[in-house]
Design a protein. Structure first.
Ligand code: AMP
Ligand code: MG
Length: 494
């Protein structure tokens, strides 16, 4: 029996015409449903049970529009690796519309890879299977880690090839679910055109949709800058707490909703090193692990610049007000980061010296290249037993510095007098055992692409859906890559 599909609305399509271009998805030859996220579909009221795969594939492949959909491609600009590009826009994405989730919140439903749009420039408007599966897996893993992110509803094979680097590879479409798709680059688009009334309309739209409390502030657009900056500070601190490297933190890839968006060449760090970068296009390490807070700060400064004309009619006053917010960003990031580190170290109170304690461990890890995830996960065991048999000691080739550090940590823990079991439990809720390790991701994608074998992908996906649970039978997934398995570069595959 067929279920019913939710009726769509599209609040963005009610904005003035120059905010977007109406664009139908281009039908594909043979849509086949590869992945469908049923729990998410239910949460967002997308489709009731009983919907058959073939019908879902025709809708999520872009061949049939769901009721109420008003497909559009959104206009935006962006700073890419520091260089301003006045027009980017959805070159291969089409926003079908919005559905209301269980809590009554609007969620965008977007097809990515659904054909050319007026923003495609030289691109084909399509996506290759590998990057689609990668975003599906990593965005859902981020969600399971408790990090704000866009979600993946479906992956559909198009039955058509796409051509990348002269090679024909299978094409696919991702259905992305987001709190909203307005980016810092959307504001830059109108700012670059000197269109202040459009800027105001966009800001009002974002305030209404995401930050209604800020609407009542004395200066709502300054309040918008502040709340977006605070969300980004907190988001990037969350990334840093699990070793996530976004890889393309251009302003067009920064959502003002505060969700992680646009999973291209993203990857998780293994051995701790702030200079870690995977993205093949990030030649100079602008978006390397340790530079992410600076990159976010830089992007927020671009956001502030875009908002200047609507912050205050007096240009000088607008700059003063905006600068104050931008200057506060590093402090917001630092406190969010330190709060995250305290939790990782099992500390519930804030004491002087905590920052130095956390930094000292990271310095030793950097010097000895220990695995970021495994070190913190094993530290949870060290909270329980003083002999450190199952703790992180064995990960350090020269454990002297670590032995010294652990004494300081134990004495700091003792100052809180929490039961060791309670402490270890709380640490296990923030220090994941399982992250999407690059070699595992690669293995799963290769099996799917080369052999049409989705079993490794399904197993990895299932392991990553419970990253904080022990999952004793899945321990190989917790292990870092062996030297010959290591993946050192990732590609965005567009
Ligand atoms: P990204 O680096 O994926 O965030 O994309 C940057 C810009 O390039 C955006 O405007 C995308 O819509 C556009 N783009 C990326 N890949 C394609 C493609 N295959 N076809 C058309 N436009 C694309
Ligand atoms: Mg993008």
């Amino acid at each position: 029996m067929n279920g019913a599909i939710a009726s769509f609305s599209n609040s963005f399509a009610s904005l003035p015409a120059h905010f977007f271009i109406r664009q139908q998805p281009t039908p594909v030859a043979k849509p086949r449903l590869l992945m469908f996220n049923r729990p998410l579909a239910e949460d967002i009221g997308f489709a009731s049970n009983g919907f058959d795969d073939a019908t879902l594939a025709t809708i999520l492949g872009g061949n049939v529009l769901p009721p109420g959909a008003e497909p559009i491609s959104m206009a935006y600009a962006g700073h890419q690796f520091g260089t301003f590009v006045p027009q980017l826009g959805d070159g291969r994405a089409i926003l079908l519309g919005e559905v209301l989730d269980r809590s009554g919140t609007r969620r965008d439903i977007q097809l990515k890879g659904s054909g050319r749009t007026p923003f495609s420039r030289r691109g084909d408007g399509r996506a290759a299977l590998g990057p689609v599966l990668r975003e599906y897996l990593v965005s859902e893993a981020m969600h399971a880690l408790g990090i704000p992110t866009t979600r993946a509803l479906a992956a559909v094979a198009t039955g058509e090839p796409v051509y990348r680097d002269g090679e024909a590879i299978p094409g696919a479409i991702l259905t992305r679910v987001a709190a909203g798709h307005v980016r810092v680059g959307t504001f830059e688009y109108f700012a670059a055109r000197g269109n202040n009334s459009a800027l105001r309309q966009l800001a009002d739209y974002v305030l209404d949709r995401h930050y209604p409390a800020a609407r009542d502030a004395e200066r709502p657009y300054l309040a918008l800058l502040k709340v977006v900056a605070e969300r980004q500070a907190s988001l990037v601190a969350r990334w840093m707490s699990v070793g996530f490297i976004h890889g393309v933190m251009n302003t067009d890839n920064m959502a003002v909703s505060g969700e992680t968006i646009d999973f291209g060449p993203c990857a998780f760090m293994e051995a701790y090193d702030p200079a870690t970068r995977f993205s093949a296009i990030d030649q100079f390490g602008r978006y390397c692990f340790g530079n992410q807070p600076n990159a976010a700060h830089w992007n927020i400064a671009r956001f502030a610049e875009a908002l200047l004309p609507i912050i205050d009619p007096d240009a000088k006053r607008a700059v003063e007000l905006a600068e104050e917010v931008v200057a506060a960003f590093p402090g917001w990031f630092d406190s969010a980061w330190l709060a995250g580190m305290r939790a990782k170290l099992g500390l519930v109170t804030a004491q002087d010296g905590d920052l130095e304690l956390a930094q000292a461990l990271l310095d030793i890890m950097a010097a000895q290249q220990t695995d970021f995830t495994l070190t913190f996960r094993r530290l949870c065991n060290a909270a329980l037993a003083v002999n450190d048999v199952s703790g992180p000691r064995a990960l350090f080739p020269e454990p002297g510095a670590y032995d010294h550090w652990i004494l300081a940590w134990r004495s700091r823990l003792a100052s809180e007098a929490r039961h060791p079991e309670v402490c270890a439990q709380s640490m296990r809720k923030v220090n994941p055992a399982f992250i999407p390790r690059n070699h595992r991701v690669e293995q799963a994608l290769n099996a799917a692409i080369e052999r049409d074998d989705f079993a490794p992908f399904a197993e990895l996906f299932s392991v990553l859906s419970r990253p904080f649970d022990e999952q004793i039978d899945k321990m190989p997934y917790a292990a870092p890559a062996l030297p010959d398995e290591r993946v050192s570069r990732t590609f965005c595959g567009t």
